[in-house]
Design a binder for this molecule. Structure first.
Ligand code: PEP
Length: 251
């Protein structure tokens, strides 16, 4: 059984004080992780504060990025080894903002996926899709190539634990979510790609999320789709009350 994962991505939107207030507001109001897993991916500078305040331990505190080497002369980068030592379970890799603003290629993303696994964490691998590619009929090729590129030389056993987020860049931060059917189509395509590479067994175990303007009003319809195991929410994860509405979408 695939446990739903409702994850937030704060991007660079919060101060340490903001993170403290959020943790105070949500800490003992989250579902049991065995029923619904909840996570927030935050900038590295906030992680220690958040971990310290995660008293009920129901929230998975994730990182938004890391480098692909564990240590070395890489000024300003975040070590995956250090994240792992802190007890971080998830690292977002390949977000469309990293691909477009920081020129991350499939090769860099593949190295990061290896680094995250090497340090015993789980990547939340994001695959995007632009409106231009959608309109040009290139969607399938584009999504498939991102998945295969990111997972080069990743074993079956590691792929089984993977989380992939289908995030059309035209839906990110736009307030215009993909429809539940479009989201399902993208997530299905990703699961089929995993089945082609690793077989049905792995494809049926790994989780696929949808991301792009998810909010408390559209989450139930999206979560009802068979190939969608959760969501990655940016804007709607910033406010504690809204995040609690997302994670309690079944109530
Ligand atoms: C994101 O950045 O991963 C995202 C899905 O953002 P939003 O929910 O704000 O569209």
């Amino acid at each position: 059984m695939r446990i739903p994962l409702i994850a937030g991505n704060w991007k660079m939107n919060k101060s340490i004080e903001d993170a403290r207030s959020f943790m105070q507001a949500v800490s003992d109001r989250l579902p049991e992780p065995a029923q619904i897993e909840t996570a927030i991916a935050a900038p590295a500078i906030l992680l220690e504060t958040m971990l310290e305040m995660n008293s009920a331990n129901h929230l998975r505190i994730g990182a938004e990025n890391c480098y692909y080497e564990d240590s070395g002369a890489f000024t300003g980068e975040t070590s995956p080894l250090a994240l792992s030592e802190m007890g971080i379970p998830y690292v977002i890799v390949g977000h469309s903002e990293r691909r477009s603003y920081f020129n991350e290629t499939d090769d860099i993303i593949n190295r990061k996926v290896h680094a995250v696994y090497r340090n015993h964490m789980t990547p939340i691998l994001c695959c995007d899709e632009t409106m231009g590619r959608l309109e040009a009929g290139e969607k399938i090729h584009w999504v498939v190539s991102q998945v295969t590129g990111a997972l080069k030389d990743i074993s079956d056993d590691l792929a089984r634990q993977l989380v992939i987020a289908y995030e059309p860049s035209w839906a990110i931060g736009s307030g215009k979510s993909a429809s539940a059917d479009q989201a399902e189509e993208g997530c299905y395509l990703i699961r089929q790609t995993i089945a082609d590479i690793y077989g049905d067994d792995v494809a049926n175990q790994m989780r696929v999320l949808y991301g792009g303007s998810v909010n408390p009003d559209n989450i139930s319809e999206i979560m009802a789709k068979p190939n969608i195991d959760g969501v990655l929410a940016g804007g709607a994860s910033l406010d504690a009350k809204t995040f609690l509405q997302l994670v309690n979408y079944q109530k």
